[in-house]
Ligand binder design. Structure first.
Ligand SMILES: Nc1ncnc2c1ncn2[C@@H]1O[C@H](COP(=O)(O)OP(=O)(O)OP(=O)(O)O)[C@@H](O)[C@H]1O
Ligand SMILES: [Mg+2]
Length: 245
């Protein structure tokens, strides 16, 4: 059974319909990529899946392991294994990356984690992702470069270990080295931690490094075409025009 199933999802914001019948399945260990022009509804889909209160579901279902979570608040969805990385990560002053992640992990798992146990876990994940250990001691997003913020998100993913991760424009604002670290991180967590990944991106640049299983093109709130990695290449060379209906 797929971890995440979206059935005929219609959603609106402030009375404006944005999503117009989305059908989607994300299985564990698989990377599903959503591409689409600006304003097509990609971020809206991410926010709706995570339960952002600003958006309204008008119709349809969001199932995690068969359970419809459409009516649940964001924290309950996180407890059931959903993870959303934001397109514009927030700064939280006075909180280190490490402290933030320990709090987030104990909240999702509903149990306390000792500082010692958590340090072991962090060191293991930092090694797995080939990241500098000093990273954990920095204040969250404070003075982080765009690429560093994205790396912090991938670290968060490895530590929290959700069933499904929704990554919105994880590749934006990254240089080629950061892109490789991020892509490697996504490949590692998808395979070794059997995560289902929903990757939202504009360009096929990140797909040179990430092995995607499926590509879906979202135009005007609808998935107009699904296929394999070759679909991303087609979009890159021809643009979205041939796919608009
Ligand atoms: N409060 C709102 N009222 C009306 N329309 C809105 C509101 N918020 C968002 N929208 C519209 O919803 C549409 C989808 O926006 P969304 O952010 O999901 O697009 P996107 O595909 O993520 O775009 P991008 O590639 O630029 O990130 C846009 O046309 C946007 O203007
Ligand atoms: Mg967006």
């Amino acid at each position: 059974m797929p971890n995440l199933v979206v059935k005929d999802l219609h959603a609106s914001v402030d009375g404006t319909p944005i999503l117009k019948g989305i059908n989607l399945e994300v299985k564990e260990g698989e990377v599903n990529t959503i591409m689409g022009p600006n304003g097509s509804g990609k971020s809206t889909l991410a926010y709706i899946l995570m339960g952002h209160p600003k958006y309204t579901i008008d119709k349809g279902q969001i199932l995690i392991d068969g359970e419809d979570i459409a009516g649940l608040p964001a924290d309950e969805r996180a407890k059931r294994g959903l993870f959303l990385s934001f397109q514009y990560p927030q700064e939280i002053s006075g909180v280190t990356v490490s402290n933030f992640l320990r709090t987030a992990l104990s909240s999702v798992k509903n149990e306390k984690i000792s500082v010692m146990d958590f340090k072991k876990l962090m060191d293991e994940k930092l090694d797995m992702l080939k990241m500098d250990h000093a990273f954990g001691r920095r204040y969250l997003n404070e003075g982080f470069s765009g690429g560093e913020k994205k790396k912090a998100e991938i670290l968060q993913l490895a530590v929290i270990q959700p069933k499904i991760a929704i990554l919105d424009e994880t590749d934006s604002g990254t240089d080629v080295d950061a892109l490789k670290i991020i892509s490697n991180g996504i490949n590692v967590v998808a395979k070794s931690q059997k995560m289902g990944i929903l990757l939202i991106t504009h360009y096929d640049r990140i797909l040179q490094y990430i092995k995607t299983d499926h590509v879906h093109v979202l135009v005007d709130g609808k998935i107009v075409k699904s296929g394999g990695p070759e679909l991303a290449k087609q979009v890159e060379s021809e643009g979205y025009a041939p796919l608009r209906q």
